[in-house]
Design a protein around this ligand. Structure first.
Ligand SMILES: Nc1ncnc2c1ncn2[C@@H]1O[C@H](COP(=O)(O)OP(=O)(O)OP(=O)(O)O)[C@@H](O)[C@H]1O
Ligand SMILES: [Mg+2]
Length: 414
């Protein structure tokens, strides 16, 4: 009674299938008078030996694949008989009596007492216990048989539960995967909602900004006509007028954010575009103590592109480079070169670099590490889109603490 009571306690605590097998077999070996034992389970269409133990040795083996016909550790004739008839086999001396004296295992290993018993749960055969003793005949007395029966019933319930438990665990894992999938879809939805909200917002901003901007432009146009201006001042004012036009276009583009561009492509010089951007940002760059190095090596810098869109890309890359540089200052190097049919333009800074943890995020819309007032996180995503539309590429290399190089490639035209 104590053995059964203890066993039922130990077995109930264990919910992991393979740990449970070990405990079942150990308890059987300790209390049944067997020297060796195996547990057999169905796997798909086959029956397999899933646990093997010897009395006195602490280890219970859990073979991955060991067919009942393998004649390893148990008589396959007896196992197959029990599987087919669903009856128990109890032999007092297997080498001399019963149906299995011709079995190869019995002849070779010469086991004496054998007990082989099916375990059922609600009429389903779920496991077979096979126990043997090579030394004594009649090891499995009626008392012991009764004990094994009671232990077996208890084990059957626990085995069944642990299988249910592991099925439940699998279901939980599957459910979690499903939840993750849905979260992702929801994020994407949120993302596209954000984009369309931004679209609405920016078209109203574009409208509100457009009018005063035109006011500034007319004012400048008026100013540039005044007699007595020196040519340097006139150039600056004209630049201001051009910038007003560019801003007007930009506002229009922002208003059409996320819509295909309607900009017209033309043949332009990439060096010129870059120079314009640097000229316009001259004050800003100076205020950041930045020195600009121009390393224009490309001999063919004509591209076929929408000028203000490419300017926008160059501007964003330049501002990003400046933002990454500490207040103490540094150098931004702009390099161009020709490679095959392409022109490469790279903007290199000596700033903070990009943390490898966010490498994959920086092209995402709204991804920014800057304060809300300094960055919306749209710069790179818009640039990427523009470059794509021009059959180009935009990539970067970065070393945290040392700096970053963004490289733009565009097809060149001759
Ligand atoms: N040259 C660079 N050095 C270090 N980090 C950079 C550099 N360029 C971009 N990043 C990182 O990538 C992020 C995204 O850049 P992106 O241009 O898309 O947005 P932003 O500059 O933060 O905001 P916005 O351009 O909309 O004003 C930045 O917040 C920054 O963390
Ligand atoms: Mg930016």
């Amino acid at each position: 009674m104590m053995a059964i009571f203890k066993a039922s306690q130990v077995l109930t605590e264990e919910t992991t299938f393979y740990e449970l097998l070990k405990k079942v077999l150990k308890i059987l070996l300790e209390s049944s008078g067997a020297q060796r034992g195996v547990l057999v389970f169905r796997e798909g269409d086959d029956w397999q030996i899933k646990a093997v133990g010897t009395r006195g040795s602490k280890q219970i083996e859990l073979p991955r694949t060991m067919a009942v016909d393998s004649q390893q550790n148990a008589s396959s004739a007896i196992l197959n008989y029990v599987i087919q008839t669903r009856n128990s086999v109890i032999l007092d001396d297997a080498t001399r009596e019963g149906l299995f004296t011709d079995d190869r295992y019995i002849i070779e290993k010469r086991p004496r007492s054998i007990l082989c018993k099916p375990l059922f749960y609600r009429n389903n055969l779920i496991c077979i216990i096979y126990l043997e003793n090579n030394l004594t005949t009649q090891a499995f007395s009626p008392d012991r048989q009764e004990l094994i029966r009671l232990l077996g019933d208890q084990a059957a319930i626990n085995i069944r539960n642990s299988k249910l438990f592991s099925e439940l665990e699998n279901t939980v894992v599957e459910l979690n995967e499903e939840i993750e999938k849905r979260k992702k879809i929801q994020l994407q939805l949120l993302h596209s909602e954000k984009l369309s909200a931004l679209g609405r917002l920016s078209s109203s901003i574009a409208h509100e900004f457009g009018n005063p901007l035109m006011g500034v432009k007319y004012l400048l146009s008026d100013l540039v006509e005044r007699p007595g201006l020196n040519s340097e001042d006139r150039d600056l004012i004209e630049l201001g007028i051009e910038e007003c036009d560019r801003m007007k276009k930009l506002l229009k583009d922002i208003g059409q954010f996320n819509k295909p561009t309607s900009g017209k492509k033309e043949s332009i010089s990439l060096h010129n575009l870059m120079d314009n951007v640097l000229l316009l940002q001259h004050k800003f760059l100076k205020s950041r103590n930045l020195e600009i190095k121009r390393n224009y090596r490309a001999t063919h810098d004509e591209i076929y592109a929408v000028p203000d869109q490419i300017s926008q890309v160059l501007l964003n890359l330049t501002i990003n480079a400046a933002d990454a540089t500490p207040q103490a200052g540094g150098t931004i190097t702009v390099t161009t070169e020709n490679r095959d049919e392409e022109i490469l333009l790279s903007i290199k800074d000596m700033g903070t670099g990009i943390d490898p943890a966010i490498r994959d995020n920086i092209f995402e819309p709204f991804f920014s590490t800057k304060h809300a007032e300094d960055g919306t996180g749209l710069g790179l995503s818009i640039s990427y889109g523009i470059v794509n539309q021009h059959q180009g590429t935009l990539s970067f290399e970065s070393e945290p603490g040392k700096g970053t190089v963004f490289t733009l490639t565009l097809p060149r035209t001759d």
